[in-house]
Design a protein around this ligand. Structure first.
Ligand code: SAM
Ligand code: SF4
Length: 479
């Protein structure tokens, strides 16, 4: 599943964010000894769903050229880090992971480390100077050069494409548009992910068909700005794309992520209402609840406009779950502006809020303004909104008690209970013996917390163990 991903158009603010195809450490000796078997790769990623999708794409590319991807670190010859640069905190986690890899690399001659993703574009080959054990940096949107390099280095050990193990995945991400044209003042994404570029309806439908034939029942159409999707061949927008995907036989559910309020059209809500596979879940990042703050963030809408969109979405789509992203402590955020965000949360009553403290990103327009909300104050504001959202999520989930939900069962927990998600994206547990992975169940909610629902349904037959999904359905937090 290859996505056409254009290189970044750089603003004068971000001249250091140069697109890079691949950089490697220069050395006299080749680093790779002959292994006598296909080389093995450990993949690690952090960040948004785009990075999940990039990881799957890289695994396929590596298997195509004869590498065994997705092995445990200890068994690997090459480690690839797929990184995130959205907040400083994410970068620190990458440096932490890299530190772990250094003794791993030193334990056996010939091991190598590669880095890609948003930090690769942000820092480029300077990372090779900063991290002496790093061997390669490449742009995940332009991975051909890196793949060619690997083929040349490991030529003696490659023996044709390697089959990827059969996957028991029930849901999958399908990138439909790359990049972002918005230029919100705080955000590095447009610099590291480039301008928007959509795939054709036909390419997306072909991917969905292939996934369904491999057992996938739910797809999430993906883009940083997914609702500005425009088919380069037909000009179709996201609603038309959803119609085409909905028609794929065997598909049970479809979601889409992440939408920008600018392009939240009535046609989109009509498609959500009318299409059987379209789930009742809308992620619509608001970022702040004050017009002046939104203006400084360059979000191109007002609070009133946002509330109007939410009103229309809720009127069109019954039982809609609404989720959002909010930043606290943005440059110059006053107490009154912060209270505007609190009020917006109380007024809208989101199902989930991804809360983050503002983190200065070099090269962005906001980096030229002072980062003047003290760290402790950002933390206070963050914790305040977290506590508020916990209450709201508890109440919103409690409103499902006694009602019927549809659960796509994803696995069985150690205690035998089945777990999965409702159409609203909420994690739900079913009693031990009630359901098997891959099944769709109508179930009645009996209890609810801020994090999940407990539901019952008729039928008994449980066997396998597994790990429950992370709870995205109540609230999330990033510092
Ligand atoms: N395109 C989406 C939108 O319009 O909101 C979101 C994509 S962005 C990768 C995911 C989230 O990261 C944003 O919604 C924002 O809340 C958060 N984010 C981006 N830059 C940030 C920064 N400098 N500091 C804190 N959070 C940030
Ligand atoms: Fe970043 Fe704004 Fe684009 Fe979202 S819309 S990726 S927040 S620039």
């Amino acid at each position: 599943m290859r996505v056409v991903k254009p290189l970044a158009l750089l603003s004068p603010d971000a001249a250091h964010l140069r697109p890079l195809q691949m950089a490697e450490r220069t050395r006299r000796e080749p680093i790779v000894p002959v292994l006598g078997r296909p080389p093995r790769v450990h993949l690690w990623h952090i960040g948004c769903q785009m990075n999940d999708a990039d990881r799957e794409d890289l695994a396929e590319q590596l298997a195509d050229i004869g590498f065994v991807p997705e092995v445990a670190l200890e068994d690997a010859d090459l480690a690839v880090l797929i990184t995130c640069a959205v907040r400083q905190n994410a970068e620190q986690k990458v440096y932490g992971k890299f530190k772990e890899l250094v003794p791993w690399k030193q334990r056996r001659r010939g091991r190598a480390i590669a880095l890609t993703g948003c930090m690769g574009v942000e820092h480029g080959s300077a990372l090779l100077d900063r991290l002496p054990e790093l061997d390669y940096v490449f742009d995940v949107r332009e991975s051909d050069g890196f793949m060619a390099k690997l083929q040349a280095l490991y030529a003696a050990d490659l023996d044709g494409a390697v089959a990827l193990p059969a996957s028991d995945r029930l849901s999958a991400y399908v990138p439909v548009i790359g990049g972002c044209n918005e230029m919100c003042t705080y955000c590095i994404v447009p610099f590291v992910r480039g301008r928007e570029s959509s795939r054709t309806v036909e390419q997306v439908v072909e991917d969905v068909r292939a996934l369904v034939s491999r057992g996938v029942r739910e797809v999430t159409l993906l883009g940083q700005n997914v609702n500005s999707y425009r088919c380069p061949r037909s000009g179709a927008g996201l609603p038309e794309l959803m119609h085409a995907v909905d028609a794929v036989e065997g598909l049970a559910r479809m979601r889409f992520l992440t939408s920008h309020p600018r392009n939240a059209s009535p046609g989109l809500f009509e498609a959500m209402r009318d299409l059987g596979t379209a789930c009742e879940q809308l992620h619509l990042p608001v970022q702040a609840g004050d017009d002046e703050l939104l203006r400084r963030m360059r979000r191109v809408y007002t609070v009133e406009h946002y509330l109007d969109i939410i009103g229309r979405a809720r009127a069109a789509v019954p039982d809609l779950a609404l989720t959002t992203d909010i930043i606290v402590g943005f440059s110059g955020e006053t107490e009154a502006e912060f209270l505007g965000t609190e009020k917006l949360m109380r007024d809208v009553r989101f199902d989930t809020v991804h809360l983050a403290a503002y983190s200065v990103r070099p090269g962005t327009a906001a980096a030229r303004r002072p980062d003047d909300v003290p760290r402790e104050e950002k933390k206070r504001r963050l914790n305040h909104l977290l506590a508020l959202q916990r209450e709201i999520a508890q109440e919103r989930n409690a409103a499902w008690v006694g009602r019927e939900v549809e659960v796509l069962v994803e696995g069985l927990a150690e205690d035998g209970r089945a777990y999965g998600r409702t159409r609203q994206g909420k994690v739900a547990h079913l009693p031990a013996g009630a359901a098997q992975p891959g099944e769709l169940h109508r179930a009645t909610v009996q209890a609810a917390s801020a994090w999940q629902l407990d539901a019952v349904c008729p039928r008994a037959d449980a066997r396998r163990g597994g790990t429950p999904p992370r709870h995205h359905s109540a609230l999330e937090y990033a510092e």
